[in-house]
Design a protein around this ligand. Structure first.
Ligand SMILES: NC(=O)c1ccc[n+]([C@@H]2O[C@H](COP(=O)([O-])OP(=O)(O)OC[C@H]3O[C@@H](n4cnc5c(N)ncnc54)[C@H](OP(=O)(O)O)[C@@H]3O)[C@@H](O)[C@H]2O)c1
Length: 276
C-alpha cells in the first residue's frame, strides 16, 4: 500500500514510520509539504498517488494557539481541508489524528465517540474544524482522537518532568486535570491497525485508565527511580492562556463495538517506555 504520513518528524510521525514499515511510505513534514499550501498539497499528493494518508501534522502548541488563533486554524483546519480535498481527488483514504480537547471535560465520566463535542480552547476548535473537513470532504476516513502523548522524539511531559526532577527543585504539578497518558509507540501501532481495517469511522485511541498530571508525574519519578519533592497544585495556581478540560478521559467504545482490542493501560505503557 502507498501511504503518505504527514507530521513525519513529530513524536507520533516518527513512530508511525516504524508501525507502517513494509508499505511504500512517503513520510513528509513541513520541509517536503507545507500542508497550508493548497497547490503544493494537491501536486505532491497527486504525484505520489497514495492509497492512504495518515495525517498527524498539526500546530500542537495549545497555549500558542490561544495567542495566535489564525496560525492554529490555518494549520489544523485549512491544512486538513487541503489534505482532504487532495485525498478525495486521488481516491485515497485519510486517517486524521485528533484530540481529547474537542470535549469540554464536564461530563464527569469517560467520553465515547458518540458524545457531543464542545471544545474550550482555540486548539480544540481548530482540531474539531479539521475533523469536520475530513467528514464533509472525504468519503472514506478514520478520525482517531488521542491525548497526553509522549514518546522518544520531540517535547513532552515525561521529558519535562525528568529534566525538572534532575534540577533537584520542588516540582509543582496540577492535580485537577484528569486524562489518559498515551505512549506514541502504542498509538502508532493502533493507528496502523485501524488504518488497514477498512472499518471507517471515529475512534478513541489512548492508553486506557486515567490519572491527573500530578499522579502521572509521580509515576514518572517512581519509574525513573528519582526522589523528587513533588507538590500538587490546582489549575488556578498556574496561569496559562488556554483553558483545558478538567476531565477528558476517552473511552474506546468504537474499538469495543468493532471487536478490536483497546490499548493497554497507561501504567504498563509508561513502564514499557522506560524499559525501552
Ligand atoms: N501531543 C499531544 O499530547 C497530543 C494530544 C492529542 C492529540 N494530538 C495530535 O496528535 C498528532 C501528533 O501530535 P505530536 O505530538 O506527534 O505532534 P508534533 O510532535 O508537534 O508533530 C507535529 C508535526 O507537524 C509538523 N507541522 C506543523 N505545521 C506544519 C505544516 N504547516 N505543514 C506540515 N507539517 C507541519 C510539525 O513541524 P514543526 O515541528 O516544524 O512545527 C511537526 O513535525 C497531532 O495531530 C496532534 O494534534 C497530540
Amino acid at each position: 500500500m502507498k501511504i503518505i504520513i504527514t507530521g513525519a518528524d513529530g513524536q507520533l510521525g516518527t513512530e508511525l514510520q516504524g508501525a507502517l514499515r513494509g508499505h511504500e511510505l512517503y513520510p513528509v513534514d513541513i520541509e517536503e509539504i507545507d500542508i497550508t499550501d493548497f497547490t503544493a498539497v494537491m501536486e505532491k499528493v497527486a504525484c505520489f498517488g497514495p492509497d492512504l494518508i495518515v495525517h498527524g501534522a498539526a500546530y500542537t502548541d495549545v497555549d500558542g494557539a490561544e495567542l495566535n488563533p489564525d496560525i492554529a486554524f490555518k494549520v489544523n483546519a485549512v491544512g486538513t481541508q487541503n489534505l482532504s480535498v487532495a485525498a478525495r481527488a486521488v481516491g485515497a483514504v485519510i486517517l486524521y489524528v485528533s484530540t481529547d480537547f474537542v470535549f469540554d471535560g464536564t461530563k464527569g465520566a469517560p467520553y465515547n465517540e458518540f458524545d457531543d463535542v464542545n471544545p474550550l480552547s482555540v486548539y480544540g476548535r481548530s482540531k474539531l474544524a479539521g475533523e469536520r473537513y475530513v467528514q464533509s470532504l472525504t468519503n472514506n476516513y478514520y478520525i482517531c482522537r488521542t491525548a497526553w502523548l509522549y514518546g522518544r522524539y520531540g517535547h513532552n511531559f515525561v521529558k519535562t518532568m525528568l529534566k525538572l526532577g534532575e534540577e533537584g527543585k520542588t516540582v509543582r504539578v496540577v492535580d485537577d486535570q484528569i486524562g489518559s497518558p498515551t505512549n506514541a509507540v502504542d498509538l502508532a501501532a493502533k493507528l496502523a491497525e485501524i488504518a488497514l481495517s477498512g472499518r471507517f469511522g471515529v475512534y478513541h485511541t489512548t492508553n486506557v485508565g486515567e490519572v491527573s498530571w500530578y499522579g502521572f508525574a509521580g509515576k514518572i519519578f517512581e519509574l525513573a527511580g528519582m526522589d523528587v519533592d513533588l507538590q500538587p497544585i490546582d489549575s488556578t495556581q498556574m496561569e496559562r492562556p488556554a483553558p483545558r478540560p478538567a476531565y477528558s478521559v476517552l473511552r474506546p467504545l468504537s474499538l469495543e463495538l468493532q471487536g478490536l482490542a483497546p490499548m493497554r493501560p497507561w501504567e504498563e505503557a509508561l513502564a514499557a517506555y522506560f524499559k525501552a
